[in-house]
Design a protein around this ligand. Structure first.
Ligand SMILES: CC(C)(COP(=O)(O)OP(=O)(O)OC[C@H]1O[C@@H](n2cnc3c(N)ncnc32)[C@H](O)[C@@H]1OP(=O)(O)O)[C@@H](O)C(=O)NCCC(=O)NCCS
Length: 145
């Protein structure tokens, strides 16, 4: 892979990130929802850029020392290259350094790639919410930072 950079979201990334979300999530955030999250207190957004293109993006919120992973997406032609591990590892350290003691996330029980990714990063299943996404179960994972 060519050179890449890891950096925080900037406002000019919102359109491209909204497109990535639209392509990957049934219940994708609209551009306005992304913008209001971006402007919210405790929001942390990061991305990996490869040759000027956003290849992977993550979003967290941080409240009272606890972080929540809101989304992680890797563009389809950049999957399986370790980008999500790289970006999440970077931002989990950023969040720890900023004083967060743990991170939570919620994932559809059918999303095997994401579940494997979270386990690889040391997240542990702590609870399940039946029928959270319609008929589908949501799994809640936690990692101590
Ligand atoms: C989940 C997702 C972010 C992974 O991104 P990625 O950059 O391809 O992930 P990585 O290359 O860093 O893979 C890390 C680990 O994730 C797991 N993984 C990734 N893709 C996988 C797949 N298709 N099947 C099973 N496990 C997979 C593996 O454990 C992998 O480690 P390994 O390569 O040592 O086996 C990506 O598939 C994606 O964007 N999916 C659509 C959006 C989504 O569902 N996001 C999560 C909910 S917000």
């Amino acid at each position: 892979m060519s050179d890449f950079i890891i950096r925080d979201w900037s406002i000019s990334d919102i359109d491209a990130i909204a497109n990535m979300h639209r392509l990957n999530f049934k219940d994708a955030w609209s551009k306005d929802m992304l913008l209001s999250s971006f402007n919210a207190q405790g929001f942390v957004g990061g991305l990996i850029e490869v040759d000027g293109q956003i290849a992977c993006t993550v979003a967290f919120s941080s409240v009272l020392g606890e972080a929540e992973l809101l989304s992680v997406v890797t563009r389809s032609n950049f999957r399986g290259l370790g980008l999500a591990v790289k970006l999440l590892t970077h931002y989990l350290l950023v969040l720890k350094t900023a004083g967060n003691v743990c991170a939570f996330l919620e994932v559809r029980a059918s999303n095997t790639p994401a579940i494997n990714l979270y386990k690889k990063l040391g997240f542990v299943l702590i609870s399940e919410r039946k029928n959270y996404y319609g008929t589908e179960t949501a799994l809640i994972f936690k990692k101590e930072l």
